[in-house]
Design a protein around this ligand. Structure first.
Ligand code: IPM
Ligand code: MG
Length: 378
């Protein structure tokens, strides 16, 4: 009997459908090569659907909940007021499905150009674990006297012991399987209340993982060290907003937003995890074939690792790295091939069993295999 997985596909807006189309072609190839299958349900969520129906995450929550994993493209459109889709869909999904850990590998792959002079792949191989349901992202706050010179805006950051603990514990387990080094990134000298709770939880949880060395860095200093001495970091655990910011910097170092990817993991099996590239919908280049599908295809690799198809995941990652390394430029008109051509090239390497897994150490997929329960179909 072959393994079969029920997955939801949400291509979304802008370049989302183009890059997710590539990921699905690669998924076809992986299924052929590795002998598993997926039952895919595609959902028309995003700007068009919202403008036509007014529907956001609520409308699909029940249908998504049954799935074993969610492959997500990107959302955002100039016709929709900023925040509506982000809050009403992406953040709703992360919070309602308790996708507590946003796992963002920052890896410079061989052959991929980086703006950091003399940086080599051996020196840039870390995973940033971003708390994904709390902090400033809970959207609590209020404004009084709005629109007047007396306006007062309060924006709160919510930090719970339980919410921090689950993501910190995940980060320690991850560190245990890697270089056994965990760095907490925060701003404890200024955000004293939240910072103390984070430090306390790291100390408590760390006592259960005596083998793991614990380090601390302020988030501003992180922005200094990340490009210059990335080798200092292996697993970094951080608050939601800091994680959002430093992973864009991480993406730059690893070759741009076209390459960076992420897993939004539910850690208790109560709802599906979601896999997405870090880039947005890039409406300015949508339809031109200029988007790099690597981020989306690597998010497929993360999803496959999560579902337990580790061999397929590694092949997809290696094929992507090989094609990335052959490009004259990582995005835009001078990428040397269109979005869909790149997808087909990567799919062909996977299908024909030509993926050279020596190109990638185990790390990206070691991240996920068995670390968070993949949700079983009911
Ligand atoms: C990300 C994005 C999202 C975030 C937006 C689109 C809501 O920037 O995934 O990093 O802020 O988390
Ligand atoms: Mg972001």
């Amino acid at each position: 009997m072959t393994n079969s997985y029920a997955i939801a596909v949400l291509p979304g807006d802008g370049i989302g459908p183009e890059v997710v189309g590539c990921a699905l072609e690669v998924l076809d190839a992986a299924e052929e090569r590795f002998g598993f299958s997926t039952d895919r349900s595609t959902f028309a969520a995003g700007a068009n659907h919202y403008l036509e129906t007014g529907e956001l995450f609520d409308a699909v929550e029940a249908q998504l909940r049954d799935k074993q994993a969610i492959l997500f493209g990107s959302m955002g459109d100039p016709r929709v007021t900023p925040g509506i889709l982000e809050r009403g869909f992406i953040l709703e999904m992360r919070q309602r499905f308790q996708q507590a850990a946003n796992v963002r590998p920052v890896r410079l792959y061989p052959g991929v150009p980086t703006p950091i002079a003399e940086l080599t792949p051996e020196r840039c191989e870390m995973v940033i674990v971003r708390e994904n349901t709390e902090g400033a992202y809970v959207g609590r706050g209020s404004t009084v006297h709005a629109g007047t010179p007396n306006a007062v805006a309060m924006q709160e950051s919510l930090n719970t012991h339980a919410g921090i603990e689950r993501v910190v514990d995940f980060a320690f387990r991850l560190a245990l399987g890697r270089r056994k080094k965990l760095t907490l990134c925060h701003k404890t000298n200024i955000l004293v209340a939240a910072g103390q709770l984070w430090q306390q939880v790291v100390a408590e949880v760390g006592a259960r993982y005596p083998e793991v060395e614990v380090d601390y860095v302020h988030v501003d200093a992180m922005c200094f060290h990340l490009p210059l001495t990335p080798e200092r970091f292996d697993v970094v655990v951080t608050d939601n907003l800091f994680g959002d910011i430093i992973t864009d910097l991480g993406a730059v170092i690893q070759g741009g937003l076209g390459v960076a990817t992420s897993a939004n993991l539910n850690l208790d099996g109560s709802a599906p995890s979601m896999f997405e590239a870090i880039h947005g919908s890039a409406p300015d280049i949508a339809g031109k074939g200029w988007a790099n599908p690597a981020g989306a295809i690597l998010s497929l690799a993360l999803m496959l690792g999560h579902l337990g198809e580790g061999e397929a995941a590694r092949a997809v990652e290696a094929a992507t790295v090989e094609v990335l390394g052959s490009l004259p430029s990582l995005a835009g008109a001078d990428m040397g091939a269109s979005t869909s051509e790149l997808g087909s090239r990567i799919a062909a390497i996977v299908r024909e069993g030509r993926a050279d897994t020596a190109l990638v150490p185990d790390s990206l997929l070691g991240v996920l295999a068995g670390m968070a329960p993949s949700r079983l179909a009911r």
